[in-house]
Design a protein around this ligand. Structure first.
Ligand code: HEM
Length: 401
């Protein structure tokens, strides 16, 4: 084990250039269920193999999403009977998820395609005459904030503001002023409350109105249920999709021959290219589960109460599943990546929507600004939870809107 890298999956510095693939590779090979220390907590098991992550994700009775899916318990709030859907176990989880499904099934999402296409055009129109911009802030980040706003029936500018709050919430506590994360959550809750009151009085044709007038578990969906679902949607649908697009373009810059391959057949190759970008970028770094009973993860016994942390970015380079896993291959098939989770009840609700958004934006970007190139180094998010570029300056030949 002489070539063992320093294993520290709690240090944002480990993620400062993207996923720590050296650490993941060593762990997969030597300690696929690794006991990781946690300075202010009980420690956790870092799970890095594809098969183990899928098995844990699909067994919610033994590996619970409650009380939180974050490694630290610090953010756990006592909300009485209420909890965010992502942190509720079956069968209760199903009651909440069923409320959301009509807006996220492929048929519903397909109906949003033309609107998402218009948004993509609008986003590229806003930058194309400038000849340079930040791909993350000016392009990739705009789409998810607009789409979530549309879905919830909010003005697009409010979507942008909410998206900024998400960024603060997802930042490592060290990288933002003290208390900023909690303040951002509170602002988001206050905004959600206003929407709740408004839609109670003036229902419209949007997801917010449907939720406000829904029933869950035989009682009305209340203000706290609404705020939690609102926070989840804004939070889960924002920087994840942004990172897929920006991280995907960054990967194209690093792999010129794959980029040329895509440029020669954008519409034909984009669907499989996006799956490879999902595998490559793995925008969500981890989800945590908590063992409800003594059990096994792979060959490792774990105890009731242990934290089990699933590293999706590692699973997506697992040599047991992917041929030549460090090759960025836009035509890769099969591509059994688990960027949206390893299956199980919490599998990403927005997976279809994220694909529609990324497809529209990448297609518009690569077609209308074919000569984009990096205009400076990519700066990565210093986050142990979400992976992707924070800034990616680009330049291109200006074109008219
Ligand atoms: C590339 C973009 C995205 C990635 C990589 C991603 C990834 C994930 C992952 C890993 C999970 C947890 C899966 C599990 O625990 O098994 C998740 C859950 C979720 N995602 Fe996404 N997501 C993306 C985009 C979106 C979008 C656009 C939305 C909605 C607007 C969304 C909404 C959700 C929701 C609501 C959940 C919780 C589902 C539940 O608890 O039942 N996601 N996502």
């Amino acid at each position: 084990m002489s070539d063992r890298p320093v294993i520290d999956l709690l240090d944002p510095a480990s993620f400062a250039q993207g996923h720590p693939h050296d650490q993941y590779a060593w762990l997969r090979q030597h300690q696929p269920v690794h006991r990781h220390e946690e300075p202010n907590g009980i420690g956790f098991w870092a799970v890095t193999r594809h098969a183990d992550i899928r098995a844990v994700g699909r067994n919610p009775a033994v590996f619970s999403s409650s009380p939180t899916i974050m490694i630290s318990d610090d953010g756990v709030m006592d909300l009485g009977d209420h909890a965010m859907m992502l942190m509720i176990d079956p069968p209760r989880h199903g009651a909440f998820r069923r409320l959301m499904i009509p807006d996220f099934v492929p048929r519903a999402v397909n109906d949003m395609r033309s609107r998402v296409g218009e948004l993509a055009t609008q986003i590229i129109d806003a930058v194309c005459e400038r000849g340079e911009c930040d791909l993350v802030e000016d392009v990739a980040g705009e789409m998810p904030s607009y789409v979530v706003a549309d879905l919830l029936g909010l003005p697009l500018d409010d979507g942008r503001e909410l998206y900024k709050l998400t960024e603060t919430i997802h930042s490592s506590p060290e990288s933002v002023p003290e208390g900023a994360g909690l303040e951002a959550v509170m602002k988001m809750f206050a905004y959600a409350q206003e929407v709740f009151q408004d839609r109670r009085a003036h229902p419209r044709e949007d997801l917010s109105s449907r939720l406000v007038h829904a029933e869950v578990e035989g009682r009305p969906f209340d203000e706290i249920d609404f705020a939690l679902m609102f926070l989840l949607l804004v939070d889960a649908g924002g920087d994840t999709t942004r990172n897929l697009v920006a991280g995907g373009v960054d990967a194209l810059f690093q792999h010129p021959s794959e980029r040329a391959r895509l440029a020669s057949d954008i519409e034909g190759l984009l669907p499989s290219a996006m799956e490879e970008m999902l595998r490559w970028v793995s925008p969500v770094t981890y989800m945590r589960r908590t063992a409800t009973t003594d059990s096994m993860v792979g060959d490792q016994p774990v105890s009731a109460g242990d934290k089990i942390v699933l590293y999706y970015g590692s699973a997506n380079r697992d040599e047991a599943v992917f041929d030549d896993p460090y090759r960025f291959d836009l035509g890769r098939t099969p591509n059994d990546h688990i960027a949206f989770g390893g299956g199980g009840p919490h599998f990403c609700l927005g997976a279809h929507l994220a694909r529609v958004e990324a497809h529209a934006l990448l297609s518009e970007l690569l077609t209308r600004l074919p000569d984009i190139e990096a205009a400076g180094p990519t700066q990565w998010l210093a986050s142990t939870f979400i992976s992707g570029p924070k800034h990616l300056p680009i330049q291109f030949t200006p074109t008219s809107a």
